[in-house]
Write a protein that binds this ligand. Structure first.
Ligand SMILES: NC(=O)c1ccc[n+]([C@@H]2O[C@H](COP(=O)([O-])OP(=O)(O)OC[C@H]3O[C@@H](n4cnc5c(N)ncnc54)[C@H](OP(=O)(O)O)[C@@H]3O)[C@@H](O)[C@H]2O)c1
Length: 178
């Protein structure tokens, strides 16, 4: 579908490829603490790696600095305004519009995934067609990075699966705007 065509939600599409977002957040919308995740949930990491495989991931510089490599089986575009920075195994873009155009033009990788962090989630949330949100059923009191409020816009539940690692309960939600 050309970039200017309407998506199923009736809004103009920004990208030819589906534009998805993936995140894990606590009930009080915390996504990070001191440059890393506030929890260790193996099942969620496995889920993240499986979902983005075969797609193009767009992520912020600090997310790259955590993993220090692209997600396996993806093309990864790292956002940074620092002209001196390079990112091993990844492409680089100076803003989200450029990254989306680059991602759309990459052959053989059919979905674009917004992988955080906070500013990128805030900027891209109004643009995405699907939200893959792992809701971790806990409150994190000392988080320093947050996911924006999604509940008003993403009201359609495509799927929902609750799970636990014994310490924490969490729900894998797939949501769309109504
Ligand atoms: N729970 C989850 O699912 C999840 C997912 C992702 C991240 N996290 C957590 O979130 C934290 C990291 O996120 P963060 O928000 O601190 O940092 P981040 O978004 O990864 O990185 C911020 C940097 O990325 C670049 N950047 C971001 N948006 C940009 C834009 N639109 N245009 C140009 N450059 C842009 C800038 O780099 P320069 O300064 O180089 O210009 C900015 O300083 C960590 O704690 C991580 O564990 C959690």
């Amino acid at each position: 579908m050309p970039a200017s065509d309407a998506s199923t939600s009736g809004k103009p599409r920004l990208t030819r490829k589906p534009l998805h977002m993936i995140v894990a957040c606590s009930e009080n919308r915390v996504i990070g603490r001191a440059g890393t995740l506030p929890w260790r949930i193996k099942e969620d990491l496995h889920y993240l790696f499986e979902m983005v495989k075969g797609g193009v991931v767009i992520e912020g510089r600090r997310v790259f600095d955590e993993l220090k490599r692209p997600y396996p089986g993806t093309r990864t575009i790292v956002l940074s305004r620092d002209p001196a920075r390079t990112f091993d195994g990844c492409d680089k873009a100076g803003d989200l519009d450029i990254a989306l155009r680059m991602a759309d033009a990459i052959d053989g990788f059919d979905t674009i995934w917004i992988g955080g962090g906070q500013r990128l989630y805030e900027e891209a949330l109004p643009l995405i067609d699907r939200l893959f949100l792992t809701l971790v059923h806990t409150e994190v009191s000392d988080g320093d990075t947050f996911f924006p409020e999604w509940r008003k816009r993403f009201t359609k539940v495509v799927s929902s699966r609750r799970s636990t690692n014994g310490k924490l309960d969490y729900t894998f939600l797939v949501l769309e705007p109504e």
